[in-house]
Design a protein around this ligand. Sequence first.
Ligand code: ZN
Length: 298
Amino acid sequence: MLSSPLPRRGLLGLALLPGIAGIARAQAPVAVVASFSILGDLVRQVAGDRARLRVLVGPDADAHDFQPRPSDAAAIRDAALVVRNGLGFEPWMDRLLRAAGGSPKVATAAQDVTPRRLPGGAVDPHAWQDVGNAVLYARRIAAALAEADPAGAATHATAGEALAARLRALDAWVREQVATVPPARRVVVTTHDAFGYFAAAYGVEFRAAQGISTEAEPSAAAVGRLIRQIRAENITAVFVENLRNQTAQRRLAAEAGVRLRGSLYADSLSPPDGPAPTYEAMIRHNVGLLVPAMRGEG
Ligand code: ZN
């Protein structure tokens, strides 16, 4: 399995491995609950089959207005570890944890992220849209898994660093892609304000008729303003999101005289047979749509 030379520390650690592996094989996988699909994928990338994973808000489902079921509380009660995003993304989580009982460790994936504040002071929870933040998520998740599953601590640490390295490469790829778009063309219209961290990290401006959460319908005034901006500034990158009401956005595009460039994945992954079944696939899918659309190609 180990094909590359290990650093000295790794070699010393190896002396312990057979014993640890023997114990680990005798144990059931550790029960982990992740709040939504994107975190579920990051947990799976680190833990592999050492975790029996339950994802509360699955593919193509909306964590902003999730209604927990009794079976979700039961899963939390039996879990060794619950992984949530934090930053207010799961407003239902604290109540669910209290109602569920049990004594799982609770890890907040976004704990080490610098929160983005919105005008008015609220915090934007969509930190994973900056791949640099996902590196921090990977490390936090690996540390939490190591604590919840001490027998697998070395495995989780190694897998966490491997994921972090892949995500750093992905972050560099996003920067390269965005750099091919002339700066004045880096404007995108989408459905809700989910891309603030992406915007700040990669220098792309996002505009949306709907706010940060998905509870309120966009106002007619906000939609009208966006339509005027699309026309006046010749904005070609107009998108829907996989979870949102697409009817309003279709009307907006029609009135602005532009075609929709596809569906961005903001707050959830796609099912396994869709275009964004993992976090890394989601970022590649979104950037693969955004870049040609901003350039006005096709
Ligand atoms: Zn959202």
